[in-house]
Design a protein around this ligand. Structure first.
Ligand code: GLP
Length: 259
């Protein structure tokens, strides 16, 4: 997967709509995208000055200044590297002492008031989760508290030191929240993601692979490396369709022209 392609999709959105609202993801996968966008920003090629963002999820039980928080990740990996207005960056954070059950409905209202998400960036968990919508999540769920599965805790434990507190709960956009984004860009790399990717693209639509709900979305771009694509049965067809789509875009304009 070339990080230039992912970044180009973000940049194309900003060209069409400088006030675009982005949905951002955390995890290791989007880091290459954020670095590329930061480079392009330093080179004066892209600006987030008028953009806004809503992150998918945040841990519950750690404060934003904890380096393990997704707020800290976003500041470090992206927000501090570009010119986005900090006041326009949002995560479903629960301040200490507040009822976490109230955060979700408030977050949904904030997204709606901002005009909805134009482009949602997604990674995918080994078990097919998107955001922290674990298998068995309702396909019409909204932003809410989720208990993380042992598999997710185990996958993410690599990021925590021995003895460091690892949250077991998170607040995540729901699947219905994600599905309302106008466009979705899902990134996956590595063979550990191949089964989840096959479930996403070719499996049945099922709450047991939350990403499979994206089959019901009109505009999803899935960018994979070879390893993550390894279990796709229709791989040859996708390559063929990509070539045809590229030829059409070369003739008639780019990704966002139809909006
Ligand atoms: C995490 C996040 C997801 C992310 C996924 C994959 O738990 N909540 O938003 O997409 O797991 O993470 P990674 O990109 O590190 O494999």
């Amino acid at each position: 997967m070339q990080k230039a392609v992912e970044a180009a999709l973000v940049e194309a959105m900003l060209r069409v709509k400088p006030r675009a609202v982005f949905g951002f993801a955390t995890g290791s996968t989007p880091i290459a995208l954020y670095r590329r966008l930061a480079e392009r920003h330093r080179a004066g090629k892209v600006s987030f000055r008028d953009a806004a963002s809503f992150n998918l999820d945040e841990y519950l039980g750690i404060t934003p200044d904890n380096p393990q928080s997704y707020r800290a990740y976003m500041q470090r990996e992206f927000f501090d590297q570009v010119d986005i207005d900090p006041a326009n960056t949002h995560l479903p954070e629960c301040p200490p002492g507040e009822d976490p059950q109230r955060i979700g409905p408030r977050y949904e209202t904030m997204i709606r008031d901002a005009g909805g998400i134009d482009l949602q960036v997604l990674g995918i968990g080994h078990n097919g989760h998107i955001g922290f919508n674990e298998p068995s999540s309702s396909l019409v769920s909204r932003t809410r508290v989720k208990t993380l599965t042992p598999r997710t805790l185990e996958a993410n434990s690599r990021l925590f030191e021995d003895g460091e507190y690892q949250p077991r709960l998170a607040i995540t956009m729901g699947i219905a929240t994600i599905m309302e984004a106008r466009r979705i860009l899902l990134l996956a790399t590595g063979d550990a993601k191949a089964t989840a990717v096959a479930g996403l693209v070719e499996g049945p639509v099922t709450a047991m692979c939350p990403a499979s709900a994206l089959q019901l979305h009109e505009r999803v771009t899935v960018l994979l490396d070879e390893a993550a694509a390894a279990q796709l049965r229709y791989r040859e067809y996708y390559d063929l369709a990509n070539r045809e789509n590229r030829a059409l875009k070369d003739r008639f304009g780019d990704f966002y022209a139809a909006d």
